[in-house]
Design a protein. Sequence first.
Length: 44
Amino acid sequence: MVTVCVSLIVNGRRTFEQIPLNLQDAVKADLEAMGLGTDGKPLA
């Protein structure tokens, strides 16, 4: 489910705030591991 949520954020279909609270930590960790912020865009 985390991977699906990450994909939705990266593709602009969901925002981080729309992700269920119980998944947000894992989704954020995966995004950061990919070099992305919670908005799905590259970290500066």
